[in-house]
Design a protein around this ligand. Structure first.
Ligand code: HEC
Ligand SMILES: [Cu+2]
Length: 402
């Protein structure tokens, strides 16, 4: 067994170490200091010019207390910072509970935060109190408790109980999140492309991109897919993250709790290539009536009031090979469906505002805006085939596709 006797005997003594420099004041010497720390007897330094003498123990009353306080302050500052950050109005923060998924995840999370908080406070308090109560004192010897069965049992059981208390609500939430959605859930297919999101509503005959619209309070049953590499679906304030894997349907179901005018921000969270960081989307949560109206408009073919000459200019350009505009013979599927592109607030998967100036930047040379974009440059100045005038006409057409 481990024998502490020699150390216990040495403990109460304090070593003051000085260099034999003839002044007798005793300056600091690192070798002596290290030797004293590891308990080397002073004799080992005989003849090296370092003299160590055993001095009467000196009391330094303020020091352990300050050290104990300082030890407590750093974690305390971190906790204060974390709490302050939790309170921020951050659009990409999971601590804003706006979806049924987040609400469920926060149930075990609160239990864990409280338990961790209690453990933290108890350990910090014990550290401070014990280090003051049992600080080094002359003539006092530490009692060895190594191998004490009672203590070993107690500090094995306490963590097991803590983990069990965490496990019950965690499993409960895991099973709830995995439940079959109700039969009247709205079905949405989310399809990941490098680097944009396609949203299909099979029951409503809607295909759109990068801006998802859902009714408040109604469970949406998402089928998550990919046509190329692995992407991941995440709307921090609502739900996530679930991977979108080619050749496989991943599912998730949740409802958004509150309709509001500003969108919830989403983001691909699985590295998927050059413009992964530019693969964003928005989620608009409407009241039931507003959602009905939106769905009716989106399910219709392109608005009939568009200028026919502008439409002809669009259809004569290379766009129709990759884009669909329902009601015309543009039926490409490599890029986002543009049937109602004029009704979107952003283009390029959340990168640019949907304004004529930004559309011009995008159409002229999209990869200058979004590195790696799979839409080739269209302006003659960037190696494409269209003149600035032709692009202007097409922009007018796209803006009219409400
Ligand atoms: C070779 C295929 C291809 C051609 C040709 C093409 N595009 Fe695209 N387009 C894409 C792809 C792919 C995207 C999505 C890029 C991204 O967001 O990463 C896209 C995105 C767009 C967007 C943004 C849509 C949104 O909701 O974010 C617009 C607008 C657009 N294209 C207009 C046009 C116009 C106008 C033309 C013709 C002048 C054209 N495109 C030609 C492939 C193409
Ligand atoms: Cu990605």
């Amino acid at each position: 067994m481990y024998d502490a006797a020699p150390f216990a005997a040495a403990a109460p003594r304090r070593l003051t170490v000085g260099v034999a420099d003839g002044t007798g004041t005793g300056g600091w010497d690192w070798r002596a200091s290290v030797a004293a720390r590891v308990g080397t007897v002073a004799g080992a330094w005989e003849g090296t010019g370092v003299r160590a003498r055993v001095a009467a123990p000196r009391r330094t009353p303020g020091r352990p207390r300050i050290r104990a306080l300082r030890r407590g302050l750093v974690p305390l500052a971190l906790v204060v910072l974390a709490v302050a950050l939790l309170g921020c109005d951050a659009p990409m923060s999971t601590s804003e509970i706006e979806g049924s998924w987040n609400k469920e995840v926060w149930k075990p999370y609160w239990v864990i935060i409280w338990l961790a908080g209690i453990v933290f406070v108890a350990i910090m308090a014990a550290t401070i109190v014990l280090s003051l109560m049992y600080r080094e004192r002359p003539g006092r010897e530490a009692r060895q408790i190594h191998g004490n069965t009672k203590f070993e049992v107690v500090w094995t059981i306490i963590p097991v109980v803590i983990v069990l208390v965490m496990m019950v609500p965690t499993l409960d939430s895991l099973f709830k999140l995995d439940e079959e959605p109700p039969a009247d859930a709205l079905k949405v297919e989310v399809i990941g492309h490098q680097w944009w999101f396609e949203f299909r509503y099979p029951e409503l005959d809607i295909v759109t991109a990068n801006e998802l619209h859902i009714p408040e309070g109604r469970v949406v049953d998402y089928a998550l897919r990919s046509v190329d590499v692995i992407h991941s679906f995440w709307v921090p304030q609502l739900a996530g993250k679930v991977d979108m894997v080619p050749g496989r349907d991943n599912r998730m179901a949740f409802s958004a709790l509150n309709a509001r005018p500003e969108p919830y921000l989403g983001q691909c969270v699985e590295f998927c290539g050059t413009s992964h960081a530019n693969m964003r989307f928005r989620v608009f949560v409407h009241t039931a009536e507003d959602f009905e109206r939106w769905a009716r408009e989106q399910a219709a073919p392109r608005v009939s009031s568009v200028s026919r000459t502008a439409e002809e200019a669009f259809l004569a350009a290379p766009c129709l090979g990759c884009h669909t505009v329902r009601g015309t013979n543009a039926a490409g599927i490599a890029g986002p469906n543009l049937t109602h592109v004029g009704s979107r607030t952003t283009i390029g998967s959340g990168m640019l505002e949907n304004t004529p100036a930004e559309l011009r930047r995008w159409i002229a040379n999209s990869s200058a805006v979004k590195p790696g974009s799979k839409m080739p440059p269209m302006a003659q100045s960037a190696g494409g085939t269209l003149t600035d005038e032709q692009i202007d006409v097409i922009i007018g057409y796209l803006q009219s596709l409400k």
